[in-house]
Design a protein around this ligand. Structure first.
Ligand code: KG4
Ligand code: ZN
Length: 354
């Protein structure tokens, strides 16, 4: 039984995982608190994490119907993320590990996102046995990247955003349209009822070689369009159309580059995770284009797209069982942890031999 804690940004989360099965996953979101400020305020995030860590953990234990004595290992997100936010959750996990003598496995937040699409079914379980070489799209408010994955812990970043992340672009453009924060979900909802046939916005770097992304120019295009067409989002219908145009630009870029990378890498499967993978438009288009290209498509369930501790728990448990060494006592958080480096962690000899 593994207790997992996640606090890298503005969600405080705890989960209990046993042999890949998610027994409980509890998330306290701070979105409402930060929406007033139009973005995450680190000091407020830390205060909320400190407030929520114990209740969220207690709730996870109660939902799983287990006690602290059933736990055999602790997992916590060690990076990347907001330094003080990471430290809040990681220090709590360190304290628990120290008091109980249990091992603590720090996990990489994006590596946890990376394998979240493999959590499936009821009860939710990580289908590690199904994992095959694939190309994975991680797309959130902070990151947009394409990663080639060959096995658990064996992955290589193919490309990432040179500036804004896709979610950040949606959120910033939504703010320009007066839609509040985070605006990504609302843009997605409005886009469902709008038309996107005018090609108003560019598909950044879609036809350039390489797997990198760039979304800050798209945000600028939205700003320019809004200033040249004052009042264009005043009517509900036109607001929906601008949202549909914006979403189409983001989705076509993500889907086009992900499918191209998967075909070039000669893998048979594409996966997607991270908050933007909640977008119904992105889910539909990824599935459609993957099928057209003869690729399997595996999307993280919406509950595991946004930040949660279940994805950290299943990964941490798997790493621990495969012999990756737990964190040394007193280790500090790694806010700038590189995803490629996280895949090269030392394994104990005994486990490696099995
Ligand atoms: O993974 P996440 O919870 O946090 C990190 O950024 O790590 O992702 C949050 C992002 C935000 O930019 C939010 O606008 C976006 O995910 N998002 C969506 C949807 N739901 C969340 N974007 C588009 N459509 C959605 N339905
Ligand atoms: Zn995340």
């Amino acid at each position: 039984m593994v207790l997992a804690i996640e606090s890298s940004c503005d969600e405080t989360a705890a989960a209990l995982v046993h042999r890949g099965v998610v027994l409980a996953s509890v998330v306290a979101s701070q979105a409402a608190l930060h929406s007033e400020y139009g973005g995450v305020v680190p000091e407020l995030a830390v205060r909320e994490h400190l407030r929520n860590l114990l209740p969220v953990t207690r709730e996870a234990l109660a939902r799983a119907g287990v006690g602290t004595r059933d736990i055999r290992a602790v997992v916590a997100t060690r990076g990347p993320g907001l330094p003080a936010a990471l430290a809040a959750g990681y220090a709590a996990a360190q304290g628990f590990a120290l008091a109980t003598g249990l091992p603590l496995m720090g996990v990489h937040h994006h590596e946890a996102h990376l394998y979240s699409p493999w959590i499936e079914g009821t009860p939710p379980r990580a289908a590690w046995e199904k994992l095959e070489p694939h190309v994975s799209l991680i797309v959130s408010g902070g990151h947009t990247m394409l990663v080639r994955v060959d096995a658990v812990g064996r992955h290589r970043v193919l490309g990432s955003t040179l500036d804004d992340a896709a979610g950040e672009c949606l959120d910033k453009a939504a703010k320009l349209m007066g839609l509040g924060y985070p605006g990504g979900p609302l843009v997605d909802r409005l886009a469902e009822e709008g038309r996107a046939d005018a090609g108003l916005f560019p598909r950044p770097m879609l036809h350039e070689p390489g797997d990198d992304f760039s979304f800050s120019g798209l945000k600028t295009s939205v700003r320019t369009y809004l200033s040249r067409h004052p009042g264009c989002t005043d009517g509900a219908a036109s607001l929906r159309d601008v949202c549909a145009e914006l979403r189409a630009a983001v989705v076509e870029t993500l889907v086009g580059k992900a499918v191209r990378a998967a075909l070039r890498e000669k893998v048979g499967c594409i996966t997607a995770s991270g908050g933007v993978t909640c977008s119904v438009g992105l889910r539909r288009e990824l599935e459609r284009h993957a099928a057209k290209a003869g690729l399997a498509c595996r999307l993280a369930q919406p509950a595991y797209c946004t930040d949660n501790a279940a994805m950290a728990g299943v990964l941490g448990e798997q790493l621990w069982m495969s012999g990756v060494q737990p964190d040394a006592p007193g280790l500090e958080v790694t806010p700038g942890w590189d995803l490629d480096a996280a895949g090269l962690r030392p394994r104990a000899k005994a486990a490696m031999a099995t």
